[in-house]
Design a protein around this ligand. Structure first.
Ligand code: ZN
Length: 307
């Protein structure tokens, strides 16, 4: 078990991709780059900047190459591009600005078919090929298992299945395996059990977790995951997010809410809460609505956090 009171964890900022991909109104490339600047200013050192997918399927990501062309030149920041297939991997690598490819495998056939037009097994093979492409290009590859805790179409997902997928993706050369609660149905007991189990099967390869707060269990699930040995957490500024192919999917856990919880509990995140709150307020202005993250709408506590 990780000692949460003395440890530090790594956070991956996913707002430029997962956060924005489900938004109906087009967000300009310039605003996406400002969002990335906000994340870096807040201390983010790993950022999922875009996805290289069919623009007809996900119009919000149609400017992937333009986003990459505008990324700040930072040796200390790892830029992640999400890709679903070889074409996406080729596009991402061709930009010359993506440090890491993120691949997705999906736990059930029905969701894999809706999300990327292939079976679950097919998605493992595609993810493995993407990781191989990244390595061949001198980059790194990681994989996320979509619907690890429940499927929007098939319901309960077998823990044996998720563990076997994680082992297969690790064997393909992934630097870490992410467990994603794509539709926000996980509970902390399930999270603790599955993270511990997958972590034991993968050790010393790290487990990353990706939670959506669809039913309000997001922060509890983060806490449970870290207690069970996960060391990397995906989160999205403002709590934006959703999946165009998963009915009813809602936002990711908000970066600023996760940071408030963990830093107050003594777990270092490397992120600056006041800058994240400023980023939430800026992004709310762009979106012209209040964002789901909660801490940004509350008085500072303790006061020094915003002074
Ligand atoms: Zn997600």
């Amino acid at each position: 078990m990780t000692d949460l009171y003395t440890s530090s964890i790594e956070m991956v900022e996913v707002s430029p991709r997962d956060g924005l991909q489900n938004e109906k109104a087009a967000i300009s490339t310039a605003d996406k780059l400002v969002l990335i600047d906000h994340a870096i200013a807040a201390g983010s050192r790993r950022i999922e900047v875009t996805s290289f997918v069919n623009p007809r399927a996900v119009p919000q990501m149609a400017d992937a190459e333009a986003v990459c062309a505008g990324l700040p030149m930072r040796e200390d920041v790892t830029y992640i591009g999400l890709v679903m297939n070889q074409r996406g991997a080729d596009r991402a690598l061709a930009t010359g600005r993506i440090d890491q490819l993120g691949a997705v495998a999906v736990s059930t056939d029905t969701f894999a078919m809706a999300n990327q037009g292939q079976t679950s097994q097919g998605s493992i093979e595609a993810a493995s090929a993407i990781i191989a492409s990244a390595r061949a290009a001198g980059k790194t590859g990681q994989a996320t298992i979509g619907a690890s805790f429940g499927c929007p179409f098939e319901g309960e997902v077998s823990e044996d299945r998720v563990e076997a997928m994680a082992v297969a993706l690790a064997a393909a050369g992934a630097i870490e395996i992410g467990l994603a609660d794509t539709i926000g149905v996980a509970n902390p007991a399930h999270v603790a059990r599955l993270v511990a189990r997958v972590g034991a099967a993968l050790a010393p390869l790290p487990v990353r977790v990706h939670f959506h707060n669809t039913r309000g269990t997001g922060l509890a699930n983060v806490w449970a995951a870290l207690g069970a040995g996960a060391t990397i957490v995906d989160a999205s500024i403002g709590g934006l997010g959703g999946c165009p192919f998963a009915p009813g999917a809602a936002g990711n856990v908000s970066t600023e809410d996760v940071v408030f919880m963990l830093e107050r509990a003594g777990t270092a995140t490397g992120l600056d809460l006041s800058r994240l709150i400023a980023a939430n307020h800026w992004l709310a202005g762009v979106m012209d609505r209040r964002l789901p993250g909660m801490v940004a709408h509350t008085p500072a506590f303790p006061k020094i956090l915003t002074e």
